[in-house]
Design a protein around this ligand. Sequence first.
Ligand SMILES: [Zn+2]
Ligand SMILES: [Zn+2]
Length: 359
Amino acid sequence: VQAAIFDGIGHPLRITTVSDPSPRPGEVIVATRCCGICGSDLHMTSGGEIGFPAGCIMGHELAGDVVALGSDVDNVSIGDRVAVLPVLSCGSCVPCRLGRPAQCATFQVLGCGVIPGGYAEYARAMASLCLRLPDNLTYEDGALMEPLSVALRGVGFAQMRPGSRVLVLGAGPIGLSAIFWARRMGGSRIAAAAPSNRRAVLSQALGADSFVVLGPDMKSEVMDRLGGAPDVVIECTGQPGMIATAIDNVVFGGIIVILGFCPRQDSFLPAAGVVKEATIRFSMIYDIRDYRHTLATLASGVLEPRIMITDHIDLPQLPEMFEALRHRNNQCKVMIDPSAPSNSLGHPSAWPKSSPRIP
Ligand SMILES: [Zn+2]
Ligand SMILES: [Zn+2]
């Protein structure tokens, strides 16, 4: 099995051969056909208070074909095209049986530690957390379901009502996905804020009414654009200082949802939150219902999130791309096809491909 290994901070990813994964009871092996490169993969391999261990095979935004079944699997079959909710858990405790594997005492996220993820030709996955892709959805749609589901859960915590004014901090894939859901869940006026206006067009395509550049002077501009201070602020940058920015901008009694994954210490003035009686809610990945709702939304033909995809690469191109993404760039979501197929992802001409391979 070809895989991209993280050797430690300062080293580029290394493509190498690792042993074949084998499924445990309740698990399947998925031949990865598409895996997104996530901003958190970059953050967690660049130093900070926490990070991925050396030896990690990253990739938690994956979709592919089921190629092997462990025992006790009856909801998917060999050959099924699936999107993977990327968690391994015990499968039998109460949260697991309710489809909330992230609350299981033993849960591990694929590609975020010891369990290899989608930066490889094959990955282990829980059968119960594989969702079959309908014919109108591509493997790329399946991989996009991960960031979309992250954002769906967070926006769900925002208690949006018709008329809500919404400020989204950050316009990477999570911020853009938050805009997409805020628009669909009652947000009436939505402003996106990001460090530069590179993402203004994408933000508006996903439902933002206006775009402001992040900075000390943004507050009055945000109020101007939204017609008042935001009822909801959704932090999606994962950068230190943004909780303070959220408190500064939110309306009295407003809700702040933290989706950004900031692996560094941060500080804010609690008194600033007290005088606004602000609620701060953190949001951690998703459960199976978030994934199902995302799938149903895409399957209904709502496919705007596809415009976040800016590039397609194969596994040998990954190390160079991964380092390039650490610096200023014009990419949004880069998709890897570790299996190097020739024509099943919906954008055959976009693939600078080597020869097709049969899993
Ligand atoms: Zn991600
Ligand atoms: Zn469990």
